[in-house]
Design a protein around this ligand. Structure first.
Ligand code: TYM
Length: 335
């Protein structure tokens, strides 16, 4: 049966390029579950995007299924939402090609992620890294998505996606839905690295710079205990002068579902040791049940395979509708 869309469409994706971090959870995954009840959702494992940096093939394959398991362990329902791998729906690459022809070199050269990644992988500045945002625009526009929940680091990519959609619609009429970003206003949209709190927490960072979503309790305690703070000793929010402490407060607030001020009031007069203990226990409390469910799911390969197969079929049906329209509009010969 072909997929029917009844509600506004939500789209998001994660690259299966490493173990997912607490940053991915706070900036993206935890919001997915909250939004699932109001939208028709697609959650993708962006495996084609992951190829822009060299991957170990067996690890990439394994992580693609692991991210699906994490989505479900975080509470997403694969019967309701479409959970699938990007490479299983060839229309992503097809639309990306068309959109490449509507995207300028100048705008791609301004992308900060491209600049960062080319600096970090100077020996592999490939064309895929450059056109990464175009494939991301194709992901979103294929499903006529209305909202895209992401962390703050993806803001620029969403802006270029909107520009491409508007440009295309300006020429061919209203073909593509222009999506709205859904990015938390608070610092939770950008969780920082534990050992360098001036840069974002990333799955490609040093092992001690991030909490993995599957780290055990002792590892979490150890990593948080080592997190960089400052010598001032006061627990307060001050991203400029106290980025490490501010980051720990942000993490506590996100895990406890309260405000940063409430965290500061609770810990007033206590030292950084107390802040770190509170942060570690808060993370463990949230991640433990997710990890338990995750372990059960990754062991069930047949189930995950079914989820991916079903997801790919449902996504393809929707993607085909947009791609057909686009092909027709741009003048490709229809059989
Ligand atoms: P990726 O895999 O780097 O990250 C997945 C999601 O996690 C968010 N995130 C963070 N949020 C807060 N603090 C952090 N330190 C942090 N690190 C990561 C990201 O903003 C993202 O929401 N290009 C995307 C994947 C993608 C995509 C898409 C997203 C491909 N196609 C279409 C949305 C729509 C990426 O690399 O995410």
């Amino acid at each position: 049966m072909s997929e029917t869309i009844r509600r506004p469409v939500l789209y998001s994706a994660v690259q299966p390029s490493g173990t997912l971090t607490l940053g991915n959870y706070i900036g993206a995954l935890r919001n997915f579950k909250l939004l699932e009840k109001d939208y028709d959702c697609l959650f993708c494992m962006a495996d084609l995007h992951a190829l822009t940096v060299r991957q170990e093939p067996a690890a990439l394959r394994r992580r693609t299924a692991e991210v699906a398991a994490l989505y479900i362990a975080c509470g997403l329902d694969p019967e309701k939402s479409i959970i699938y791998a990007q490479s299983h729906v060839p229309q992503h690459a097809e639309l990306a090609w068309i959109l490449n022809c509507f995207t300028y070199m100048g705008e791609l050269s301004r992308m900060t992620q491209f600049k960062d990644k080319s600096a970090r992988h100077a020996d592999n500045i490939n064309a895929g890294l450059f056109t990464y945002p175009v494939l991301m625009a194709a992901d979103i526009l294929l499903y006529q998505a209305n909202v895209v929940p992401v962390g703050a680091d993806q803001k620029q990519h969403l802006e270029i996606c909107r520009d491409i959609a508007n440009r295309f619609n300006g020429i061919y009429g209203n073909v593509l839905t222009v999506p709205e970003p859904y990015i938390a206003k608070s610092a939770a949209a950008r969780i920082m690295s534990l050992n360098d709190p001036t840069s974002k927490m990333s799955k490609s960072g040093e092992p001690d710079s991030f909490i993995s979503m599957v780290d055990d309790a002792d590892t979490i305690r150890r990593k948080i205990r080592r997190a960089v703070t400052d010598s001032d000793g006061e627990i307060r929010v001050d991203p400029e002068n106290k980025p490490g402490v501010t980051n720990l407060i942000t993490i506590c607030a996100a895990m406890r579902g309260c405000t940063a001020d409430e965290v500061c009031a609770l810990l007033a007069g206590k030292g950084y040791g107390a802040l770190k203990d509170y942060a570690a226990e808060s993370i463990i409390e949230v991640l433990s049940p997710i990890q338990e469910e995750y372990k059960r799911l990754v062991a069930d390969k047949a189930y995950l395979n079914d989820v991916l197969k079903n997801g790919a079929e449902r996504a393809s049906g929707l993607a085909m509708r947009t791609l057909r329209k686009v092909y027709k509009k741009v003048g490709l010969y229809q059989l």
